[in-house]
Design a protein around this ligand. Structure first.
Ligand code: SF4
Length: 122
């Protein structure tokens, strides 16, 4: 799995009971001893904040929909395989697409903390 992980020892052991201190799991890129957290393996609080960001984005999307904003804003490349291309009205040759070159989970977690009024570290 190539997703994002809660690097807390108990959480990692829930994903792989055979995990050791040094050897990474064969299922995900982490070992019990993650002395240096990678971008994808976060401490528990950062991981929780990272997940909270998705709630924030979903709420923001609902708010925009209720206000009548329905313009498509796809990520670059998504339209290449999307089955709704014939009805969404987006012209990929004219409309701009979004590009994320460097997704930093710690920054995303910081945005979620800011949205809760706890102050981020951006
Ligand atoms: S074709 Fe339309 S619905 Fe599909 S990803 Fe592109 S903008 Fe979104």
């Amino acid at each position: 799995m190539k997703g994002f992980l809660n690097g807390d020892e108990k959480a990692l052991l829930c994903g792989d009971v055979h995990l050791t201190e040094e050897k990474k799991s064969e299922y995900f890129p982490a070992a019990l001893k993650n002395s240096v957290m990678t971008k994808r393996v976060m401490d528990e609080q950062t991981f929780r904040d990272f997940l909270d960001y998705s709630v924030y984005v979903a709420r923001q999307g609902c708010k925009e929909l209720k206000e009548g904003y329905i313009a498509p804003s796809p990520y670059k490349g998504n339209c290449e395989y999307c089955k709704y291309g014939g009805m969404c009205g987006f012209n990929k040759d004219v409309g701009g697409t979004r590009v994320e070159t460097d997704i930093d989970p710690a920054t995303i977690a910081s945005i979620a903390r800011e949205e809760r009024g706890e102050g981020g570290n951006r």
